[in-house]
Design a protein around this ligand. Structure first.
Ligand SMILES: Cc1ncc(COP(=O)(O)O)c(C=O)c1O
Length: 502
């Protein structure tokens, strides 16, 4: 039981979080928990103290940031700092003065970086976003990097903030061939992954107090990067056709973030009528639409769809692409196509942020695109990922039959799976059990703002990435999922029987 001083009136959220943090920290320092000791779940502690779960989460995040605890998705926070440990360097230092952050800094500090990892070597990790090293063209990439370094052998100098001209030219051709997107060379800005593109948009378009439209459920990294500016999200529901544009009526916002070609995470493709509705709304309230085209290379049973960019004349769509799904997320290369009247401000912003993206990698990528290798590589990985997707769908069908609902199976590198046998109250335990059995599994709920929608309010939903797994691992992983579900089901059945008997 966690001990706290007597509370009189309910404190404001932050004060409450501070008190909880201090109490827990003192108890950890006092050796109450010991290494590996478990703290209560945020839900449990919030109930116990009569505060909101957010308050407890903020306190836990502070403990996490200072190295007192570790947090794994679905599991209770665990103490990582031993009070008796004299190793000095491991002991978090007690600051003599409070951290003095800007409003922006405070908002960022409220949620420390999360890297969910299953400990050890998992049997299968369905973490979305990972790619297998075996798909990466290592030899070709090394050769291209060597060539890029040879070109710049004499003098190393800063380049154009918009990125290497050679890469932008190559991308211009690629975007036309692959996406029928026509743009001027100067409209392309090479960025350090989509994330930097989103950050640039956030800084350029949002002020504290502004509003931005975001899909619900949606991409958490987009939501966060916009929200830390001090702007407020307007979460708009999503159905099997993507963003519910009918809900935009009467909403005023500075920008809208959308994934029209493959809604993240549910997988819908925005139909043409909704595209026009969205663009009309943007025109009327003078908002920018950020089109995140993060995985359009992967379409299996359906035809490619054209991007939103190019559908409209008024120049308020910003297109965002990445090579994180085709080559590697570690390279950190993405690209923006911005309206002509914004090219200078984007170039200035990029220059102020980091001068420009690393040049050798840009040149190496340019040579892969110029030679045609990139597109043949994309075809190859699309086929491989099609096979992985097939294996996952088959394994789920085999193990669960109609006890699961799957969404977004036609495209991308992940699917969403709703388990019919478990209630949402069982989610944390389920994920914990599966992870303990050596399988990384990730809930969809953090991608929702509020309740799970689409009639799934009381279900367990999973976002299952498959790109980094071979067939065998996929089958073993799904087998373990099914086994854990079955264990939990039989326990629930036994409980019900007992309560009927008594
Ligand atoms: C919706 C969405 N957009 C973009 C990305 C890629 O981000 P980045 O290019 O920063 O690696 C991801 C990665 O998972 C994503 O899910």
């Amino acid at each position: 039981m966690v001990q706290f001083g007597k509370r009189t009136t309910p404190p404001a959220e932050r004060m409450g979080a501070r008190r909880i943090y201090e109490a827990l920290r003192d108890q950890i320092l006092g050796g109450v928990f010991g290494t590996d000791g478990q703290l209560p779940s945020s839900r449990g502690l919030a109930l116990e103290l009569g505060v909101s779960r957010t308050t407890v989460t903020v306190a836990y995040e502070q403990l996490l940031a200072e190295g007192f605890i570790e947090v794994r998705q679905g599991a209770r926070p665990r103490v990582t700092f031993a009070a008796t440990d004299q190793a000095g360097s491991r002991r978090p230092t007690k600051r003599s003065r409070p951290v003095n952050l800007s409003g922006f800094g405070e908002r960022i500090a409220a949620a420390p970086p999360r890297i969910d990892r299953v400990p050890g070597t998992p049997i299968a990790d369905f973490r979305y976003g990972d790619l297998p090293c075996s798909d990466f063209p290592t030899v070709i990439w090394k050769r291209a990097m060597n060539a890029a370094m040879a070109i710049h052998a004499e003098r190393l100098t800063y380049d154009d903030p918009k990125g290497s001209r050679r890469l932008r030219k190559a991308l211009q051709g690629y975007l036309w061939r692959a996406r029928r997107l026509r743009c001027d060379l100067e409209q392309i800005v090479v960025v350090n992954g989509s994330q930097q593109g989103l950050d640039l948009c956030a800084r350029l378009f949002l002020d504290p107090g502004d509003h931005f439209v975001i899909e619900n459920p949606g991409y958490a990294m987009a939501r966060r990067v916009f929200a830390v500016t001090g702007a407020s999200p307007v979460s708009i529901g999503v159905d099997s056709d993507g963003l519910r544009t009918d809900l935009l009526d009467g909403i005023r916002a500075r920008l809208a973030y959308v994934t029209p070609s493959h809604q993240f995470p549910l997988g819908g493709v925005l139909p043409i009528s909704r595209r026009h509705q969205l663009l009309e709304w943007a025109r009327q309230c003078d908002a920018y639409v950020i089109e995140d085209d993060y995985d359009s290379e992967y379409r299996y049973d359906i035809k490619p769809v054209s991007p939103l960019y190019g559908l409209e004349e008024s120049g308020n769509v910003i297109y965002l692409g990445t090579i994180s799904k085709t080559l590697s997320p570690t390279l950190r290369i993405g690209y923006l196509v911005v309206p002509s009247d914004l090219q200078h401000v984007f170039a200035s912003a990029k220059q102020l942020m980091d001068r420009h993206s690393p040049l050798f990698e840009q040149e190496a990528l340019a040579s892969l695109i110029e030679s045609g290798f990139y597109e043949s590589h994309v075809r190859r990985v699309r086929r491989l990922n099609g096979e992985r997707r097939e294996a996952l769908l088959k394994a789920l069908q085999y193990q669960f039959g109609d006890r699961v609902t799957m969404e977004g199976t036609d495209a991308g590198l992940h699917i969403v799976v709703w388990l019919k046998d478990l209630r949402s109250s069982q989610e944390a335990e389920f994920i914990d059990r599966v992870q303990r059995a050596g399988v990384g599994i990730y809930s969809i709920s953090p991608l929702y703002d509020g309740e799970l929608g689409n009639g799934y309010a009381d279900r367990v939903g999973l976002v299952m990435g498959y790109a980094a797994l071979d067939t065998q691992r996929i089958e073993r992983g799904v087998h373990i999922l099914a086994h854990v579900v079955e264990q939990m089901r039989s326990r629930t059945r036994a409980k019900k029987r007992r309560s009927r008997q008594s």
